[in-house]
Ligand binder design. Sequence first.
Ligand code: ADP
Ligand code: MG
Length: 412
Amino acid sequence: MWESIQSMCLHVVFILFTILIYQVFFNEREERRKKIKSKFFLFMLIILTFTMSQPVHHFEIYKYDFKAVVIILSFLYGGKRAGFASFLALLITGYFTDQKIFVLLGNYLIFCLLLLPVSKWFHKYRLKGKVIVVSLFYLTIPVTRAVFLQLRGDDRETFFELSSSLIILATLIAIIYLIENMNEQIEMRQELIKAEKLNVVSQLAASVAHEIRNPMTSVRGFMQLMQKENLTKEQQLYISISIEELDRAQEIINQYLALAKPQTDQYETIDLTSVIKQSIDVMHSYAILNSIHISQDVEPSLKIEGLKLEIQQVLINIIKNAIEAIKSEGEIWISAAKNAKGFISIQIKDNGVGLTQDQIKKLGSPYYSTKEKGTGLGLTVCHQIIKQMGGHITIKSELQKGTCFTINLPSK
Ligand code: ADP
Ligand code: MG
Protein backbone atom coordinates (compact mmCIF):
# COMPACT_ATOMS: atom_id res chain seq x y z
CA MET A 1 0.00 0.00 0.00
CA TRP A 2 2.67 2.44 1.16
CA GLU A 3 4.75 1.73 -1.92
CA SER A 4 1.84 2.40 -4.23
CA ILE A 5 1.24 5.80 -2.62
CA GLN A 6 4.93 6.62 -2.90
CA SER A 7 5.00 5.69 -6.55
CA MET A 8 1.82 7.64 -7.23
CA CYS A 9 3.29 10.76 -5.59
CA LEU A 10 6.41 10.37 -7.69
CA HIS A 11 4.30 10.34 -10.84
CA VAL A 12 2.24 13.34 -9.86
CA VAL A 13 5.29 15.37 -8.88
CA PHE A 14 7.16 14.36 -12.01
CA ILE A 15 4.27 15.39 -14.27
CA LEU A 16 3.65 18.68 -12.48
CA PHE A 17 7.33 19.50 -12.50
CA THR A 18 7.69 18.79 -16.21
CA ILE A 19 4.71 21.00 -17.00
CA LEU A 20 6.12 23.72 -14.77
CA ILE A 21 9.44 23.67 -16.58
CA TYR A 22 7.64 23.90 -19.90
CA GLN A 23 5.51 26.81 -18.71
CA VAL A 24 8.37 28.76 -17.20
CA PHE A 25 10.94 28.33 -19.93
CA PHE A 26 9.01 27.85 -23.13
CA ASN A 27 5.57 29.35 -22.85
CA GLU A 28 6.62 32.94 -22.22
CA ARG A 29 6.55 34.70 -25.55
CA GLU A 30 3.27 34.78 -27.36
CA GLU A 31 4.74 35.30 -30.80
CA ARG A 32 6.72 32.11 -30.35
CA ARG A 33 3.74 30.04 -29.23
CA LYS A 34 3.19 28.38 -32.60
CA LYS A 35 6.64 26.88 -32.78
CA ILE A 36 6.22 25.91 -29.18
CA LYS A 37 3.43 23.42 -29.97
CA SER A 38 6.13 20.95 -31.07
CA LYS A 39 8.05 21.59 -27.85
CA PHE A 40 4.86 20.97 -25.89
CA PHE A 41 4.62 17.62 -27.63
CA LEU A 42 8.21 16.80 -26.65
CA PHE A 43 7.41 17.44 -23.01
CA MET A 44 4.32 15.26 -23.31
CA LEU A 45 6.53 12.56 -24.79
CA ILE A 46 8.83 12.68 -21.77
CA ILE A 47 5.88 12.27 -19.41
CA LEU A 48 4.39 9.50 -21.53
CA THR A 49 7.56 7.42 -21.62
CA PHE A 50 8.07 7.85 -17.89
CA THR A 51 4.55 7.01 -16.82
CA MET A 52 4.15 4.04 -19.15
CA SER A 53 7.49 2.46 -18.40
CA GLN A 54 7.07 2.82 -14.61
CA PRO A 55 3.36 2.30 -13.95
CA VAL A 56 2.03 2.70 -10.41
CA HIS A 57 1.37 -0.63 -8.70
CA HIS A 58 -1.92 -0.56 -6.90
CA PHE A 59 -2.41 -3.27 -4.21
CA GLU A 60 0.32 -5.36 -5.84
CA ILE A 61 -2.08 -6.85 -8.40
CA TYR A 62 -3.25 -3.85 -10.39
CA LYS A 63 -1.28 -1.36 -12.41
CA TYR A 64 -2.20 2.05 -13.72
CA ASP A 65 -0.46 5.00 -15.33
CA PHE A 66 -1.17 8.58 -16.38
CA LYS A 67 -1.23 8.20 -20.15
CA ALA A 68 -4.80 9.51 -20.32
CA VAL A 69 -3.55 12.80 -18.83
CA VAL A 70 -0.95 13.10 -21.58
CA ILE A 71 -3.47 12.45 -24.36
CA ILE A 72 -6.01 14.92 -22.95
CA LEU A 73 -3.42 17.67 -22.44
CA SER A 74 -1.93 17.15 -25.90
CA PHE A 75 -5.31 17.61 -27.53
CA LEU A 76 -6.42 20.52 -25.38
CA TYR A 77 -3.23 22.56 -25.30
CA GLY A 78 -1.20 21.26 -28.23
CA GLY A 79 -3.91 20.93 -30.90
CA LYS A 80 -4.97 17.94 -32.88
CA ARG A 81 -1.57 17.33 -34.47
CA ALA A 82 0.14 17.09 -31.09
CA GLY A 83 -2.81 14.98 -29.91
CA PHE A 84 -2.50 12.37 -32.61
CA ALA A 85 1.30 12.42 -32.35
CA SER A 86 0.93 11.58 -28.65
CA PHE A 87 -1.51 8.82 -29.56
CA LEU A 88 1.06 7.35 -31.93
CA ALA A 89 3.79 7.68 -29.28
CA LEU A 90 1.47 5.92 -26.83
CA LEU A 91 1.09 2.95 -29.18
CA ILE A 92 4.84 2.73 -29.76
CA THR A 93 5.63 2.95 -26.04
CA GLY A 94 2.87 0.42 -25.40
CA TYR A 95 4.52 -1.97 -27.82
CA PHE A 96 7.90 -1.68 -26.10
CA THR A 97 6.42 -2.03 -22.60
CA ASP A 98 4.52 -5.20 -23.48
CA GLN A 99 1.01 -3.82 -23.18
CA LYS A 100 -1.94 -5.22 -25.08
CA ILE A 101 -1.52 -3.16 -28.20
CA PHE A 102 -4.95 -3.78 -29.74
CA VAL A 103 -6.79 -2.92 -26.54
CA LEU A 104 -4.75 0.29 -26.38
CA LEU A 105 -5.45 1.07 -30.01
CA GLY A 106 -9.21 0.53 -29.69
CA ASN A 107 -9.68 2.34 -26.39
CA TYR A 108 -7.53 5.35 -27.11
CA LEU A 109 -8.68 5.80 -30.69
CA ILE A 110 -12.23 6.30 -29.40
CA PHE A 111 -10.80 8.56 -26.69
CA CYS A 112 -8.96 10.69 -29.29
CA LEU A 113 -11.95 10.98 -31.59
CA LEU A 114 -14.13 12.11 -28.67
CA LEU A 115 -11.47 14.62 -27.67
CA LEU A 116 -11.47 16.30 -31.08
CA PRO A 117 -14.78 18.18 -30.62
CA VAL A 118 -14.05 18.83 -26.92
CA SER A 119 -10.75 20.52 -27.76
CA LYS A 120 -12.57 22.88 -30.12
CA TRP A 121 -14.90 24.47 -27.59
CA PHE A 122 -12.80 23.88 -24.48
CA HIS A 123 -11.03 27.24 -24.78
CA LYS A 124 -14.26 29.21 -24.83
CA TYR A 125 -14.86 28.44 -21.17
CA ARG A 126 -13.38 30.12 -18.13
CA LEU A 127 -11.26 28.16 -15.67
CA LYS A 128 -14.18 26.62 -13.76
CA GLY A 129 -15.97 25.63 -16.95
CA LYS A 130 -12.78 24.06 -18.28
CA VAL A 131 -12.36 21.97 -15.14
CA ILE A 132 -15.99 20.81 -15.32
CA VAL A 133 -15.76 19.97 -19.02
CA VAL A 134 -12.58 17.95 -18.52
CA SER A 135 -13.95 16.18 -15.43
CA LEU A 136 -17.20 15.21 -17.15
CA PHE A 137 -15.35 14.08 -20.23
CA TYR A 138 -12.77 12.07 -18.36
CA LEU A 139 -15.12 10.52 -15.82
CA THR A 140 -17.64 9.08 -18.30
CA ILE A 141 -15.30 6.27 -19.32
CA PRO A 142 -14.21 4.92 -15.89
CA VAL A 143 -17.72 5.36 -14.46
CA THR A 144 -19.35 3.34 -17.22
CA ARG A 145 -16.62 0.74 -16.83
CA ALA A 146 -17.12 0.66 -13.06
CA VAL A 147 -20.89 0.22 -13.44
CA PHE A 148 -20.23 -2.61 -15.84
CA LEU A 149 -17.76 -4.24 -13.40
CA GLN A 150 -20.18 -3.77 -10.50
CA LEU A 151 -22.89 -5.52 -12.47
CA ARG A 152 -20.51 -8.43 -12.88
CA GLY A 153 -20.07 -8.37 -9.10
CA ASP A 154 -16.39 -7.49 -9.20
CA ASP A 155 -16.19 -5.24 -6.12
CA ARG A 156 -12.44 -5.07 -5.77
CA GLU A 157 -11.89 -4.13 -9.37
CA THR A 158 -14.65 -1.53 -9.25
CA PHE A 159 -12.98 0.07 -6.26
CA PHE A 160 -9.63 0.03 -7.98
CA GLU A 161 -11.01 1.49 -11.20
CA LEU A 162 -12.70 4.38 -9.42
CA SER A 163 -9.88 5.19 -7.00
CA SER A 164 -7.21 5.28 -9.69
CA SER A 165 -9.44 7.38 -11.95
CA LEU A 166 -9.97 9.91 -9.18
CA ILE A 167 -6.22 10.21 -8.62
CA ILE A 168 -5.66 10.74 -12.34
CA LEU A 169 -8.47 13.29 -12.50
CA ALA A 170 -7.07 15.23 -9.55
CA THR A 171 -3.67 15.38 -11.25
CA LEU A 172 -5.29 16.54 -14.47
CA ILE A 173 -7.19 19.32 -12.70
CA ALA A 174 -4.03 20.45 -10.90
CA ILE A 175 -2.22 20.69 -14.23
CA ILE A 176 -5.06 22.65 -15.85
CA TYR A 177 -5.00 25.09 -12.93
CA LEU A 178 -1.26 25.47 -13.32
CA ILE A 179 -1.34 26.07 -17.07
CA GLU A 180 -4.34 28.39 -16.99
CA ASN A 181 -2.98 30.44 -14.13
CA MET A 182 0.36 30.94 -15.79
CA ASN A 183 -1.22 31.78 -19.14
CA GLU A 184 -3.41 34.33 -17.41
CA GLN A 185 -0.37 35.92 -15.85
CA ILE A 186 1.40 36.10 -19.20
CA GLU A 187 -1.63 37.78 -20.74
CA MET A 188 -1.91 40.19 -17.84
CA ARG A 189 1.72 41.18 -18.21
CA GLN A 190 1.19 41.88 -21.90
CA GLU A 191 -1.90 43.97 -21.15
CA LEU A 192 0.12 45.89 -18.61
CA ILE A 193 2.89 46.65 -21.08
CA LYS A 194 0.29 47.87 -23.58
CA ALA A 195 -1.44 50.01 -20.98
CA GLU A 196 1.87 51.46 -19.85
CA LYS A 197 2.76 52.40 -23.43
CA LEU A 198 -0.60 54.08 -23.79
CA ASN A 199 -0.11 55.93 -20.55
CA VAL A 200 3.21 57.41 -21.65
CA VAL A 201 1.76 58.38 -25.03
CA SER A 202 -1.23 60.10 -23.52
CA GLN A 203 0.79 62.03 -20.96
CA LEU A 204 3.16 63.30 -23.62
CA ALA A 205 0.23 63.99 -25.89
CA ALA A 206 -1.57 66.13 -23.38
CA SER A 207 1.34 68.49 -22.86
CA VAL A 208 2.54 68.74 -26.45
CA ALA A 209 -0.91 68.97 -28.00
CA HIS A 210 -1.94 71.73 -25.69
CA GLU A 211 1.11 73.83 -26.44
CA ILE A 212 0.75 73.44 -30.19
CA ARG A 213 -2.95 74.14 -30.45
CA ASN A 214 -2.83 77.83 -29.60
CA PRO A 215 -0.19 78.97 -32.11
CA MET A 216 -1.93 76.86 -34.73
CA THR A 217 -5.24 78.56 -34.17
CA SER A 218 -3.70 81.97 -34.68
CA VAL A 219 -1.87 80.87 -37.83
CA ARG A 220 -5.15 79.54 -39.21
CA GLY A 221 -6.91 82.81 -38.39
CA PHE A 222 -4.31 84.91 -40.20
CA MET A 223 -4.44 82.63 -43.20
CA GLN A 224 -8.19 83.07 -43.40
CA LEU A 225 -7.75 86.84 -43.24
CA MET A 226 -5.21 86.69 -46.04
CA GLN A 227 -7.64 84.73 -48.19
CA LYS A 228 -9.87 87.79 -48.30
CA GLU A 229 -7.11 89.90 -49.87
CA ASN A 230 -6.75 90.34 -53.58
CA LEU A 231 -4.55 87.44 -54.46
CA THR A 232 -3.81 85.51 -57.60
CA LYS A 233 -5.58 82.19 -58.11
CA GLU A 234 -2.40 80.31 -57.39
CA GLN A 235 -1.87 82.09 -54.10
CA GLN A 236 -5.50 81.40 -53.13
CA LEU A 237 -4.91 77.73 -53.84
CA TYR A 238 -1.77 77.62 -51.70
CA ILE A 239 -3.55 79.22 -48.81
CA SER A 240 -6.51 76.86 -48.96
CA ILE A 241 -4.16 73.87 -49.08
CA SER A 242 -2.32 75.24 -46.05
CA ILE A 243 -5.61 75.60 -44.18
CA GLU A 244 -6.58 72.03 -45.08
CA GLU A 245 -3.27 70.71 -43.83
CA LEU A 246 -3.63 72.74 -40.64
CA ASP A 247 -7.05 71.16 -40.14
CA ARG A 248 -5.55 67.74 -40.60
CA ALA A 249 -2.92 68.51 -37.99
CA GLN A 250 -5.67 69.79 -35.72
CA GLU A 251 -7.57 66.53 -36.14
CA ILE A 252 -4.51 64.50 -35.16
CA ILE A 253 -3.98 66.68 -32.12
CA ASN A 254 -7.61 66.22 -31.13
CA GLN A 255 -7.13 62.47 -31.29
CA TYR A 256 -4.14 62.76 -28.99
CA LEU A 257 -6.12 64.85 -26.57
CA ALA A 258 -8.95 62.32 -26.61
CA LEU A 259 -6.36 59.75 -25.56
CA ALA A 260 -5.23 61.89 -22.71
CA LYS A 261 -8.52 62.91 -21.18
CA PRO A 262 -10.92 60.31 -19.89
CA GLN A 263 -14.19 62.11 -19.17
CA THR A 264 -16.41 59.62 -17.42
CA ASP A 265 -17.96 62.23 -15.13
CA GLN A 266 -19.88 63.95 -17.92
CA TYR A 267 -21.67 60.86 -19.15
CA GLU A 268 -25.31 61.18 -20.11
CA THR A 269 -27.94 58.99 -21.70
CA ILE A 270 -27.70 59.29 -25.45
CA ASP A 271 -29.86 58.16 -28.33
CA LEU A 272 -27.49 55.74 -30.04
CA THR A 273 -29.75 55.15 -33.02
CA SER A 274 -29.64 58.78 -34.07
CA VAL A 275 -25.90 59.05 -33.39
CA ILE A 276 -25.27 56.09 -35.71
CA LYS A 277 -27.46 57.61 -38.41
CA GLN A 278 -25.71 60.97 -38.08
CA SER A 279 -22.28 59.35 -38.31
CA ILE A 280 -23.32 57.48 -41.44
CA ASP A 281 -24.58 60.75 -42.93
CA VAL A 282 -21.28 62.45 -42.14
CA MET A 283 -19.33 59.71 -43.93
CA HIS A 284 -21.78 59.39 -46.81
CA SER A 285 -20.07 61.79 -49.20
CA TYR A 286 -16.64 60.29 -48.51
CA ALA A 287 -18.08 56.87 -49.34
CA ILE A 288 -19.74 58.06 -52.55
CA LEU A 289 -16.47 59.67 -53.61
CA ASN A 290 -14.93 56.18 -53.52
CA SER A 291 -17.97 54.49 -55.13
CA ILE A 292 -18.87 52.67 -51.95
CA HIS A 293 -22.41 51.87 -50.92
CA ILE A 294 -23.33 51.90 -47.24
CA SER A 295 -26.32 49.82 -46.22
CA GLN A 296 -27.76 50.00 -42.72
CA ASP A 297 -30.04 48.09 -40.42
CA VAL A 298 -30.25 49.94 -37.12
CA GLU A 299 -32.88 49.12 -34.47
CA PRO A 300 -34.94 52.12 -33.35
CA SER A 301 -34.50 53.83 -29.95
CA LEU A 302 -31.25 52.24 -28.74
CA LYS A 303 -29.91 54.01 -25.68
CA ILE A 304 -26.49 54.04 -24.04
CA GLU A 305 -24.63 55.93 -21.37
CA GLY A 306 -21.69 57.99 -22.64
CA LEU A 307 -20.59 61.10 -24.49
CA LYS A 308 -22.19 61.78 -27.85
CA LEU A 309 -19.10 63.32 -29.43
CA GLU A 310 -16.94 60.43 -28.32
CA ILE A 311 -19.15 57.66 -29.64
CA GLN A 312 -19.48 59.61 -32.88
CA GLN A 313 -15.72 59.82 -33.11
CA VAL A 314 -15.48 56.04 -32.67
CA LEU A 315 -18.06 55.35 -35.37
CA ILE A 316 -16.52 57.80 -37.82
CA ASN A 317 -13.04 56.38 -37.22
CA ILE A 318 -14.16 52.83 -37.88
CA ILE A 319 -16.32 53.69 -40.91
CA LYS A 320 -13.44 55.77 -42.32
CA ASN A 321 -11.08 52.82 -41.88
CA ALA A 322 -13.60 50.57 -43.64
CA ILE A 323 -13.83 52.95 -46.59
CA GLU A 324 -10.05 53.19 -46.78
CA ALA A 325 -9.77 49.39 -46.65
CA ILE A 326 -12.06 49.02 -49.66
CA LYS A 327 -10.34 51.81 -51.60
CA SER A 328 -12.91 51.83 -54.39
CA GLU A 329 -16.14 50.07 -55.23
CA GLY A 330 -17.48 47.96 -52.48
CA GLU A 331 -20.02 47.74 -49.76
CA ILE A 332 -20.21 48.55 -46.08
CA TRP A 333 -22.91 47.03 -43.89
CA ILE A 334 -23.76 48.73 -40.63
CA SER A 335 -26.14 47.17 -38.15
CA ALA A 336 -27.02 47.74 -34.52
CA ALA A 337 -29.23 45.67 -32.26
CA LYS A 338 -29.79 44.91 -28.62
CA ASN A 339 -29.09 41.35 -27.55
CA ALA A 340 -30.50 39.23 -24.75
CA LYS A 341 -27.62 40.00 -22.35
CA GLY A 342 -28.46 43.72 -22.24
CA PHE A 343 -25.64 44.65 -24.58
CA ILE A 344 -25.99 46.62 -27.77
CA SER A 345 -23.79 45.39 -30.55
CA ILE A 346 -22.92 47.63 -33.48
CA GLN A 347 -21.41 45.86 -36.46
CA ILE A 348 -19.44 47.60 -39.18
CA LYS A 349 -18.57 45.21 -41.95
CA ASP A 350 -16.65 45.87 -45.15
CA ASN A 351 -15.47 43.83 -48.12
CA GLY A 352 -12.05 45.43 -48.21
CA VAL A 353 -8.49 44.13 -48.06
CA GLY A 354 -8.88 42.38 -44.71
CA LEU A 355 -6.25 41.69 -42.10
CA THR A 356 -4.02 38.82 -41.06
CA GLN A 357 -4.24 37.33 -37.57
CA ASP A 358 -0.93 38.99 -36.74
CA GLN A 359 -2.18 42.40 -37.81
CA ILE A 360 -5.35 42.04 -35.75
CA LYS A 361 -3.20 41.54 -32.66
CA LYS A 362 -1.27 44.74 -33.37
CA LEU A 363 -4.40 46.86 -34.01
CA GLY A 364 -5.10 49.38 -31.34
CA SER A 365 -1.54 49.78 -30.16
CA PRO A 366 -0.44 53.37 -30.81
CA TYR A 367 1.27 54.17 -34.12
CA TYR A 368 0.43 50.88 -35.81
CA SER A 369 -0.66 51.91 -39.30
CA THR A 370 -0.30 50.49 -42.78
CA LYS A 371 -1.22 53.76 -44.47
CA GLU A 372 1.17 56.31 -45.86
CA LYS A 373 -0.57 59.21 -44.14
CA GLY A 374 -1.93 57.13 -41.26
CA THR A 375 -1.33 57.90 -37.61
CA GLY A 376 -2.35 54.57 -36.11
CA LEU A 377 -4.16 56.52 -33.41
CA GLY A 378 -7.74 56.13 -34.61
CA LEU A 379 -8.29 52.64 -33.27
CA THR A 380 -6.28 53.30 -30.11
CA VAL A 381 -8.70 56.10 -29.30
CA CYS A 382 -11.70 53.91 -30.24
CA HIS A 383 -10.58 51.12 -27.92
CA GLN A 384 -10.04 53.52 -25.07
CA ILE A 385 -13.36 55.32 -25.45
CA ILE A 386 -15.36 52.10 -25.68
CA LYS A 387 -13.52 50.56 -22.74
CA GLN A 388 -14.34 53.61 -20.64
CA MET A 389 -18.01 53.21 -21.46
CA GLY A 390 -17.86 49.64 -20.17
CA GLY A 391 -17.83 47.99 -23.57
CA HIS A 392 -15.37 46.29 -25.86
CA ILE A 393 -14.51 45.97 -29.54
CA THR A 394 -13.97 42.65 -31.29
CA ILE A 395 -12.49 42.25 -34.76
CA LYS A 396 -12.98 39.43 -37.23
CA SER A 397 -11.23 39.52 -40.55
CA GLU A 398 -10.21 37.48 -43.53
CA LEU A 399 -7.54 38.54 -45.98
CA GLN A 400 -8.97 39.82 -49.29
CA LYS A 401 -12.53 39.14 -48.08
CA GLY A 402 -13.20 41.85 -45.55
CA THR A 403 -13.30 42.90 -41.94
CA CYS A 404 -16.02 43.11 -39.33
CA PHE A 405 -15.70 45.39 -36.31
CA THR A 406 -18.18 44.71 -33.52
CA ILE A 407 -18.64 47.32 -30.81
CA ASN A 408 -20.38 45.97 -27.71
CA LEU A 409 -21.81 48.51 -25.32
CA PRO A 410 -23.96 48.11 -22.21
CA SER A 411 -27.50 49.23 -22.98
CA LYS A 412 -29.19 51.91 -20.89
P1 ADP B 1 -4.85 54.85 -39.40
O1 ADP B 1 -6.22 54.79 -40.01
O2 ADP B 1 -4.37 56.24 -39.18
O3 ADP B 1 -3.83 54.02 -40.12
P2 ADP B 1 -6.08 53.35 -37.31
O4 ADP B 1 -5.75 53.15 -35.86
O5 ADP B 1 -7.42 53.92 -37.62
O6 ADP B 1 -4.94 54.24 -37.92
O7 ADP B 1 -5.94 51.97 -38.03
C1 ADP B 1 -4.74 51.23 -37.91
C2 ADP B 1 -4.56 50.23 -39.01
O8 ADP B 1 -5.55 49.22 -38.92
C3 ADP B 1 -4.75 50.77 -40.40
O9 ADP B 1 -3.58 51.35 -40.89
C4 ADP B 1 -5.16 49.55 -41.22
O10 ADP B 1 -4.01 48.84 -41.62
C5 ADP B 1 -5.85 48.66 -40.18
N1 ADP B 1 -7.31 48.66 -40.35
C6 ADP B 1 -8.20 49.33 -39.62
N2 ADP B 1 -9.47 49.08 -40.01
C7 ADP B 1 -9.38 48.23 -41.05
C8 ADP B 1 -10.34 47.59 -41.93
N3 ADP B 1 -11.66 47.81 -41.81
N4 ADP B 1 -9.85 46.74 -42.87
C9 ADP B 1 -8.54 46.53 -43.00
N5 ADP B 1 -7.59 47.11 -42.23
C10 ADP B 1 -7.99 47.94 -41.26
MG1 MG C 1 -8.06 55.37 -39.16
